[in-house]
Design a protein around this ligand. Structure first.
Ligand SMILES: *Cc1c(COP(=O)(O)O)cnc(C)c1O
Length: 447
């Protein structure tokens, strides 16, 4: 253990970590990055197929983002949006976001993170219904295995059982229905029927609770942290139909899917979803500085404006000027470099084709991909899709082998997931697949 790793082990409690392991083994020290590669303190190169935590969409060397932050820090390093003040980056970015987000979303509430977006969602949804005199419309329906952040409210909205166990699932009036996880939970292989069945659980839950009690439904278009769960095509149209039929706000958490991840600016376009509230973070600044935002549809915004009372909510760093300046530069880069069009036409189809090659590997039961998110399911028998025993921790082994082969791929149980930077080239995709195959081979040999 180097001295710095030692300091870290002795003094730093990390997110989502086992402190016993961390103290014994020490953390991996990432020292620098270039393009889509990160380097540890020993100079070991790793192609970062997770874009950090689903966020460094433009890679690690985007100079205009650095310049935007630097210039803004020199001009106005901090001011807030409280009590009727604003600053140029917040004003410019809100206008820009109204332009690039789906039609009808024209107001933004800035936050510092995705979790804060979802806290804001709970506050805003309840403020909306109480303004309309419907105080009883309070319950928010979410899904098992959803990830909506790690504040108490975010974790309660989310459906991660490990988080709920650690007293996070305590915010009242939140209920969860099943997820549309085809590989894991569809028994007869009829994915479209399965998608409809899972969507109709929303209708059943609304009828069970009573329409006058249900405020909103929240979901990620594709569940990210839950294991890149890509819903069957039948799922979203049915969810939209149900939200339209009953008076339920539809909240789309695009913290991962927004800003090009699925091949459109927003996955709401990819899946033809009409969100009332849309959460953004991560890719909004390519991760260079922390920022989040909740977009609000016009009809909801009108009600909040008509309330003509103070919405008693906000964060010190809501719309931080340097973060907003980076977000503006990030959007400008995506537009001037035509990144979304390039993705749609060339990079995403190429990535999909190469990723599918992994399904031929003896360890892989399924390879799935949408835009620039993808997963493979590790199995012991691919004719029956039988899983390995949990204790074997095959996913973890595979992840460690990926790191050795120079690839950052994440394990969610025995599901391996990636979310590569949107600027990845065809050549780099080839390298990603080559390193993934090598890690799969090594993993298989060790079993
Ligand atoms: C990461 C994530 C969040 C939480 O964002 P933070 O910035 O970590 O608070 C919320 N929702 C989704 C879908 C996420 O992936």
């Amino acid at each position: 253990m180097s001295q710095l790793v030692q300091y870290d082990a002795e003094h730093c409690f990390h997110p989502f970590s086992n402190y016993h392991d961390l103290n014994n083994k020490g953390a991996r020290m990432i020292e620098r990055a270039e393009g889509i590669y990160v380097y540890d303190e020993n100079g070991h190169e790793m192609l970062d197929a997770m874009s950090g935590l689903w966020c460094t969409n433009l890679g690690y060397s985007c100079e205009p983002l650095v310049e935007a932050a630097t210039e803004q820090l020199k001009k106005l390093p901090y001011y807030n949006l409280f009590f009727q003040t604003t600053h140029p980056p917040a004003a410019k970015l809100s206008k820009l976001l109204a332009e690039i987000t789906p039609e009808g979303l024209n107001h933004v509430f800035f936050t510092g993170s995705g979790s804060e977006c979802n806290d804001t969602v709970i506050r805003m949804v309840r403020y909306y219904w109480s303004t309309l005199g419907k105080e009883d419309k309070r319950t928010i329906i979410s899904r098992k295995n959803a990830y909506h952040g790690s504040t108490i409210a975010g974790a309660s909205l989310g459906g991660m059982s490990a988080m709920h166990k650690q007293t996070a699932g305590v915010v009242p009036d939140i209920v969860h229905i099943d997820q549309p996880y085809g590989f894991g939970e569809c028994e007869d292989g009829d994915l479209q029927a399965f998608g409809l069945e899972r969507a109709r659980q929303l209708e059943a839950k609304i009828l069970e609770l009573g329409e006058d009690k249900v405020a909103a439904f929240i979901a990620e278009p594709i569940q990210g942290a839950g294991g890149v769960i890509i819903p069957p095509e039948s799922y979203w149209p049915e969810i939209q139909r149900i939200c339209d039929k009953y008076e339920i706000l539809l909240v789309i958490d695009e913290v991962i899917c927004g800003f090009g991840r699925t091949g459109e600016w927003f996955a709401s376009e990819t899946y033809n979803i009409r969100p009332d509230l849309l959460c953004m973070a991560k890719g909004i600044t390519s991760g260079y500085l922390p920022l989040g935002g909740v977009m609000v549809r016009d009809n909801v915004a009108d009600v909040l404006i008509s309330a003509n009372s103070e919405f008693a909510h906000g964060f010190t760093y809501s719309g931080h000027p340097a973060a907003c300046a980076v977000a503006i530069a990030n959007i400008n880069e995506m537009q001037s470099r035509n990144i979304i069009a390039e993705l749609k036409e060339t990079i995403a189809p190429y990535f999909a084709e190469k990723w599918q090659e992994l399904s031929e590997h003896p360890l892989v039961g399924e390879a799935r991909v949408k835009g620039m998110v993808a997963a493979i399911e590790l199995v012991s028998d691919k004719t029956t899709n039988t899983r390995y025993k949990k204790e074997l921790e095959v996913g973890m082994k595979c992840r460690d082998n990926c790191i050795k082969s120079g690839l950052i791929m994440r394990a969610v149980g025995d599901t391996m997931i990636v979310s590569p930077p949107l600027i990845i080239t065809k050549k780099e995709i080839d390298l990603l697949i080559e390193r993934a195959k090598k890690a799969l081979d090594t993993t298989l040999d060790s079993l």
